[in-house]
Design a protein around this ligand. Sequence first.
Ligand code: GLC
Ligand code: GLC
Length: 811
Amino acid sequence: MRFGQFDDKRKEYLITTPTTPYPWINYLGSERFFSLISQQGGGYCFYRDARLRRITRYRYHNVPTDAGGRYFYIRDENGDYFTPTYGPVKRKLDRFECRHGLGYTKVSGKRADISAECLYLVPLGTNAEIHQLTLTNEGPRPRKLRVFSFIEFCLWNAMDDFTNFQRNFNTGEVEVEGSTIYHKTEYRERRDHYAFYHVNSKLAGFDTDRETFFGLYNGMHEPEVVEQGASRNSVAHGWAPIASHSVDVSLAPGESKSLVFVLGYVENPVAEKWERPGVINKRPAKQLIEKYSTPAQVEAAMQELRDYWDDLLSRYVLESKDERLNRMVNVWNPYQCMVTFNMSRSASYFETGIGRGMGFRDSNQDLLGFVHQVPERARERIIDIASTQFADGSAYHQYQPLTKRGNNDVGSGFNDDPLWLILGVAAYVKETGDYAILDEQVPFDNDEKNTATLLEHLKRSFDHVVNNLGPHGLPLIGRADWNDCLNLNCFSETPDEPYQTTGNRVGRTAESIFIAGMFVGIGPEYATLCERKGMAEEARRARSEIDKMRSAVLTDGWDGSWFLRAYDYFGNKVGSKECAEGQIFIEPQGYCVMARIGVETGEAKNALDSVGERLATPYGIVLQNPPYQTYHLELGEISSYPPGYKENAGIFCHNNPWIMIGETILGRGDRAFDYYKRIAPSYLEDISDLHRTEPYVYSQMVAGKDASGQPGEAKNSWLTGTAAWNFVAISQHMLGVRPEHDGLIVSPCIGTEIGEFTVTRKWRGATYVIKVKNTGTSWNRPRLVVDGSPIEGSLVPQAPKGATVHVECTV
Ligand code: GLC
Ligand code: GLC
């Protein structure tokens, strides 16, 4: 069942009912000020850090879910009132529509001939949400309405905000001047920032105290002030500061009027904090307000936003006969990649914004999905990440975005982490040709006195594996590898302690075949970079280490029909036919085949056939099989989950594209594309009632075939490495257009279903228009004609900046 539809022309998803199977959200903001917004206007905003600078309050775990947002209560003279977002009032609407677009959301609702449309956006270069409310009288008689706005302030530190009531009920402070409500809690002491909510109209009244506005025992659906029709001009002292304006709007039949609200954040230099004792300096707020006080200014900001996205999305454009594929490749997948770039894993409807910092491995993989859109920012991100690496090549597992420092609670010891840096840097260099980044001096552990070139960082990453091999010559796993929940040295028996970081045994036995596959797959990127920098000897050394690892995998990492997952603390096999449970895991099959291990000798095909037989389901490929039925001390968190969920045999969408890419390496494009369609959200639109999360973005996890609940039900949408990897799988491997050091590879392998297609790729300043005659039969021998002349092989040479290159490809 569907709850809306894609509007491809406007690059929007149009939701036609307010009661979607789960809140379907969007993100606003692209630089420093960010917001989450659901189809009912729920969500919150923050400045840079969702934990430390949260501007509005949101209640995770609320009943009903999705409580708190930006609401407009529209009240008729006769006392009837409604919210055009449906919630929180939930009075019947005669029409409802929500359009989630790129960086903006528009919700409209109609009741009793009054239509109310609200456009929400964060303009470029602006630390504010703009809410433009347009009211239209669609009826035959003149109407007198009173509009009540509502937002609730968070007392900045989101963690403290929902734990420390004994203090927080005393600290809240506001100021009201004209049509602006200022939130200045803690500004009297150490903060130099405040928030404000303004409307471009005279007020009938206002409220800033939550209890006064709602009434202590009322819910958000029945504010006392709205019921009674008049604001009380309350000024919050402690308790819960909010901002609510009331504005009178008279509408003749057919008439429309717009109100523009600005919900902004500003900082003042310490010396300029006050206008006079106790009164905040409002100058920066007023400057911001002036920029957005008319609908024309809002429209100009919208146009800028559209141009910004059109530009970002113009770098890889697909035209094919499959509109579901086009909309994933051209709009929604790259959009999700940019959101993961901005948010990492911090704030979504499944991540509270107070938990995790930026992951070392997550950030490197996210980069694969956005590097072609914002290469300059990818460069900056790489330097930030590399600065949290230790001199021995290991890395902090996470770092904090505000300070950019490594996170000591989690520490290091996830032995896959360092290799992802090589992958991220290689992707950046292939995209940009910026070899100079390899010579940048980058600190270890943020210590400016201890620096080395970025290339030296990559060497340490590479050697961290070489220096940490176990009994079979395979990489030691440490606390965990990509699978955070495979904790082979942990043995945790105490509730509440983290699985990964407590109780680590000092063992040098537990080995990961997954990291081995990564090493063989990613290591050559390092060797190539060395060659490019004239370090032939180092490149040779690296390649010989890679060769050794390849044979170690084939000797001790092969289980007969698939690759083993690991050896545990005791040296026992994990992911073997000899195991009672957890006999086969997806990750090593994906990465070892991506690394081309056993492609010539048959193991690769055997492994992916086993994946097809044992792990594939209609909703995607599960992580392992059979699931663990009981908790295994020696395996850790993986066995803590009920069967079919998360890392215990859930469909962990992040690793599905590794299998798709593996299939293209074997030339089985039909199989790759089939797996793609099982998890790509646009193909799941018709089963939205089962899938539940947004049909325009990937979720991290879908319940697997062994789930005792509902197989196919997704959780944790938006912030997942799934976005980047699926973009890589479809755009670079199935559609087959990917940057290399000296040119663009054009080597599609997507099977027969898609037929002919065209990819327009902007790369290093030139435009490549690639027309593919795809018969799906000669995947390993693409025939290329470049600007009229046939070429050998599959590499289209780099063209000068400004050039347009026409490529015809027959496969
Ligand atoms: C989560 C983490 C990621 C990890 C994966 C598998 O998505 O963010 O780092 O690799 O789970 O455990
Ligand atoms: C938990 C989650 C896993 C995630 C990890 C991050 O283990 O189950 O998915 O990657 O936390 O630390």
